[in-house]
Design a protein around this ligand. Structure first.
Ligand code: ADP
Length: 249
């Protein structure tokens, strides 16, 4: 298994129980979507998996190595196995597409070259290749602020891929986009996942798109896993049990 999550619990300071005894596994190359109503704990789960916050109890194993107990360099090595894309892209608007993609290299660089933006030729070539891979070969030097939302998410995907992650975490990646553009972004992600055997764990409140592009769904409700199975097993009754009421797709 690429990722094993065992009995994770997370309580915030105000005693809000965001996740309670969450367990599931993700195999290499799977496209898994976490679905559930607002407040179910989807974002908290992703933030724990990319190391932004820690869990209170439970285990996270990437390729059989414990993540939650790792410290310092080992924790950074494990964080390198993941990359995250976000609903609001998290790009530097005034910088070019190429510079934004290259920013993925900064955590691994020494302070001085990083502060001066001294990237190697190989890094620049790889970043340009990735921009071409996501369909932005003609936007390499364009400032991000001139791009459409869909194009910005493509830059964010290229930046994530430069980290060569084993696991791509996608937090509502198409929630800010119109439906047609959102579908194109998920087609791109699905294509990369299939050709490069990347593993994708996506949070989505768009059930129809999650169903269409995922191999498997995990249903969270009030911080607990109430469904984990292939898309075809997510019947209307299952969906109603996740969302607390029947919803129409
Ligand atoms: P979702 O992504 O499914 O909408 P979240 O993970 O954002 O759910 O939130 C799960 C629960 O944890 C909610 O009750 C939310 O209010 C609470 N929560 C999330 N982040 C924080 C925080 N930083 N401080 C306190 N409570 C939080």
């Amino acid at each position: 298994m690429l990722l094993q999550i065992e009995h994770i619990t997370k309580c915030f300071d105000d005693r809000t129980a965001a996740l309670t005894d969450v367990s599931f596994s993700v195999g290499q190359g799977e496209f898994v979507s976490v679905i559930g109503p607002s407040g179910a704990g989807k974002t908290t789960l992703l933030r724990i998996l990319n190391g932004a916050i820690s869990c209170d109890a439970g285990s996270i194993l990437y390729q059989d190595e414990h993540f939650e107990a790792a410290r310092g360099r080992r924790k950074r090595d494990m964080q390198k196995k993941t990359a995250t894309i976000y609903q609001d892209f998290c790009l530097v608007e005034n910088m070019s597409c190429l510079q934004n993609v290259l920013n993925a290299c900064l955590p691994e660089m020494a302070a001085l070259p990083a502060s001066l933006g001294l990237f190697s030729r190989a890094q620049r070539e790889e970043a340009a290749d990735l921009l071409a891979r996501v369909g932005l070969a003609d936007k390499v030097d364009e400032p991000v602020k001139n791009l459409s939302g869909g194009q910005k998410q493509r830059v964010a995907i290229a930046r994530a891929l430069l980290r060569r992650p084993l696991l791509l975490l996608a937090d509502e990646p198409v929630a800010s986009l119109d439906p047609a553009t959102g579908r194109q972004i998920l087609e791109l992600l699905r294509g990369i996942q299939q050709t490069e055997h990347l593993t994708v764990l996506m949070n989505s409140h768009n059930l129809a798109l999650a169903r269409e592009f995922s191999d498997r769904l995990i249903g969270l409700r009030e911080g607990q896993v109430v469904f984990d199975g292939p898309v075809r097993e997510a019947t209307p009754e299952v969906i109603a049990s996740i969302y607390g009421a029947a919803i129409s797709e």
